[in-house]
Design a protein around this ligand. Structure first.
Ligand code: ZN
Length: 111
């Protein structure tokens, strides 16, 4: 899960003008927009926990198919690569957890 910010010019209904807005993305979805002039903030109805679950679910469910395909393609090669795969998987998962923790922290600070 990643948070990214983008500054865009949008119409603010409080300033009644086009102002610079800070748009915050959670993964690829808009999480909130904030007018940098009057600080009017609009939060989207995004549930960070739900987004995370969806991401993890997608990751888990997409894996077995890939493994099965490789298993059928070349059994010996698959076994040869297995220890490396087992080792690299927790690392990738850890990095994701770290990113997610940062994202959550950032979201909390903005509230
Ligand atoms: Zn404004």
């Amino acid at each position: 899960m990643k948070i990214s910010e983008l500054d865009v010019s949008l119409y603010c209904s409080r300033c009644h003008d086009e102002t610079l807005h800070r748009v915050q993305y959670l993964n690829d979805k808009i999480h909130s927009t904030e007018c940098t002039n009057c600080h009017r903030k609009i939060e989207m109805n995004l549930n960070p926990t739900r987004e995370l679950y969806k991401e993890v679910y997608k990751r888990i469910t997409s894996k077995p198919t890939r493994l099965t395909k490789e298993y059928k393609a070349d059994l010996s090669k698959f076994i040869e690569q297995l220890p490396k795969r087992v080792l690299s998987k927790p690392y990738r998962l850890m990095r994701n957890v770290d990113e997610t923790r940062k994202a959550f922290k950032k979201l909390k600070n903005h509230e």
